[in-house]
Design a protein around this ligand. Sequence first.
Ligand code: NAI
Length: 718
Amino acid sequence: MNLMPAFKLSVDENQIALLHLDLEGEKVNKLTAAVVQEAEEIFDDLRHRSDLRAIVLISDKENTFIAGADIQEFLKFESASQAAEASRSGQRLLQKIADMKIPVVAAIQGACLGGGMEVALACHYRICADDRKTQLGQPEVKLGLLPGAGGTQRLPPLVGLQNAIEIATSGRNYRPQQALRTGIVDEVVPRPLLLHVALTRAGELGEGKIRPRRHRPQGLLAWALECNPVGRWLLFRQAEKMIREKTHGHYPAPLRALGAIRAGVSQGPVKGYMEESKAFGDLAMTSTCRQLIHLFFATTDLKKDPGMDGPSIRPQAVAPVGILGAGFMGAGIAAVCSSAGVNARLRDVSEEACLKGLTACYRVFDDRFRRKSISRLELQQLKDRVSATTELNSFSTCGLIIEAVIEDVDLKHQVVREVEPHLRDDCVWGSNTSSISIAKLAEASRRPEQFIGLHFFSPVHKMPLLEIIVTRQTSKQTIATSVEYGKLIGKFPIVVNDGVGFYTSRILSPYMNEASFILEEGAPVEALDQAMIDFGFPVGPMTLLDEVGIDVAAKVGKIMLEAFGERLKPPSSMEQLIQNGRLGRKLRKGFYQYVLNRKEEVRKVGVDPTIYDLLPGGRNRKPVVAGDIQSRLSMAMLNECARCLEEGILRSPRDGDIGAVMGLGFPPFQGGPFRYMDAMGLENVLRNLESLQKKWGDRFKPSEMIVRMAESKESFYS
Ligand code: NAI
């Protein structure tokens, strides 16, 4: 029997121990309690060996060094003290590595995240492979936690206080060159040389030819900020202010991470480690942490989901992808295709539109180059994969067409009829419509079984959701191909059934309507936005209306009214705003005023008071209780979510949660609308809806599913 399933040890002729990590039966290496214990035993043993000069720690997994702790274990904690103890045992193990008399070198390739990065930080030297799969970071705050195995204490002396704060409180990942610049790693080498260089450095460290590095502040300002108490006080104060502005009090983890760093820096390591494990324990018990972990598991589950029941079907290859419409969305879709290594061909009606699309697409790549996340060669490769044309003759090789022309049924029908004859017989047709039923659009197609909705969100290169809409006629092959395409371009694809507004646009509709009703009742614009930001949305509804375009929203509103009747009837005042030429941010005239800054970027400055001249109540606005706004808007959305599940638009509450969080910014710390309803209790959801219905009318009539579940005391998740 193999008692040590994760590690294998060998010693080379230069007396350097090579410790291979390869967790049996798992795709990635992770730090389970068993792995931690095994590692502790190995390092206890290695400590007493006098025949070794150095140790190299390396992973045998294809694309992971160590992906992090085993998150499943976090959900099993029953108390803060139990979680704090788990943190302390991680700290103890890593201290053993740090205290080794002989140097330990981490040879990193692939994901080196969370606990994995803390292991690397405890080593005396870090080398990473220069490839796309290698990423380092402390993403714990994204799960409502903090690095609990000494990360908050080891970072400052290695990377400096400013970088340490950024790494531990932002949760962002670092690519090899960024990790080198920040000081997370000591060296970046081509992947084939990783082991060779690691063994060489281990030998050199063992002989004292090189020494483990410590951070030295570069420049006077960094020195002033990091090396004296007043500078540090300023730095922490500024960081705290920024975190508070970003988290609006909903995410305690970044502040606790900052607190742990501060304790270590100002009161010494003993206090620092104590604060880190205490904070880990406290955070592990918060509902924020639990909901973020549930959401994380929902997304990992989705990655394995083929998007349909029954036997799996082999997806067909999609490249090159043809994109019809080189506008705002088309250009974004081309950018994500190219980023995934897929050739993209844009088509628009004029050379000017083609050029505009290409320029917008290139801007995404140029930004990445400016931020140094890609090399000049990669920049050129990204650009080379995108082309634009007004012709159709080069589309006959495409495996997938994505239509992103203007939201107009007749135009979309015309485009289908015009383009389809030029395509391969097995080419999948995806429409990026944001509201029109896919079955309706498929009426123009000669092969409706290859017709599907591919609803992207803007900005396409940033928004992680892809809503895939299937009709009764869509073939399994088309679904399988579309889901695979979504995963290929790095999106989270949720498959929903066809219906006007699908899932995301539909649940957004009553939410936006309610905001406009409250505005008509006399509320100030900024009160509505602030209330929903305080609720946890990244932007408020009025800002969102300006961004989407008041005219676009009104168009969707009409489509919703036609399909669902009075329940989704939009308020009448929106038409007046459109007649007044207020279309939102794109015309720099909406609920807010906009100015162009020096870089020619549009910036929101403040509410435009003249908007009130077009609304009931005029400029005399009435104060509204934020809780009332939050209750009306959120309950309107939750009720519609339940209807979507009830009608079979959604396949599962999981997809509903992912769709709302990733597509609309529903507060992740609530886990999504279905988790939120479960936490509230269906009986309370029903009671709230009934009291809103009494006050505001039948648009709040509880969905049958909510009534039934409240009566039978069910929840969406068991
Ligand atoms: P847009 O107005 O920026 O771009 C549309 C492009 O289609 C224009 O460049 C136009 O010249 C081109 N076009 C018109 N007729 C054409 C034809 N026959 N062949 C090829 N190109 C043609 O519009 P946007 O915002 O990119 O929207 C496109 C689609 O994406 C719409 O269906 C919209 O509802 C949907 N959508 C938009 C989102 C947004 O935030 N803007 C979000 C999600 C979906």
